[in-house]
Design a protein around this ligand. Sequence first.
Ligand SMILES: C[S@@+](CC[C@H](N)C(=O)[O-])C[C@H]1O[C@@H](n2cnc3c(N)ncnc32)[C@H](O)[C@@H]1O
Length: 208
Amino acid sequence: MNIEQYYDTWASTYDTVENRTRDLDAIAVRSTFANARFSTILEAGCGTGKNTSFWLEICDRAIALDFSSEMLAEAQKKLNSPNLEFQVADISKPWEIGDRTVDLVTFNLVLEHIQDLKPIFREASRVLKPSGKLFVCELHPTRQYLGGRAEIKTTSNTLQIPSYVHPISDFIESAEECGFSLERLKEWWSDRDRNKPPRLLSLLWTKS
Ligand SMILES: C[S@@+](CC[C@H](N)C(=O)[O-])C[C@H]1O[C@@H](n2cnc3c(N)ncnc32)[C@H](O)[C@@H]1O
């Protein structure tokens, strides 16, 4: 199976199975952007729309991309707004989005499936307006080194989705090479894993 097919398989249960990483990411997004307002937000790898609903609350127009038609179908069941456009798109290919048209580009729990960050960050830079923001919130690399990765739990077994580890330096250096200045780096723990390595890493940059 390819990654897209794994997510097609996961789509119908993604929102309901216990998943602390998914839930902590929702908290990280809402707390990071609690007082923010944007004109246009582009969400790359929107999945079932867990965060899309929040992005819609803080912007005038949201564009949500994903290559899994089943994940997108789940998002579309929940979200219907004239301010929201869904696109079936592979974010590792050139994006069908105009230059300098977006104020925030966000990636949540998606870059572990992308081998090379630079082409992706280059696209983010291309579509962002000057001083636009780039936000990334991903499974912490330390967790990945310890074996953590996106996985589908079924009643009979667990399917691990192919993924890549990006050390913190890879995020920072790739973004810097694509013209971003780091504003904030945060590590996130859920209440139940305080004594363990951080679960999530979030980074916020400004396009310089
Ligand atoms: C773990 S889910 C996260 C979904 C959502 N961002 C969230 O935080 O709940 C990862 C999503 O990224 C999508 N994805 C992975 N690689 C992708 C790619 N190359 N292009 C577009 N979407 C991709 C998957 O289809 C899936 O919906």
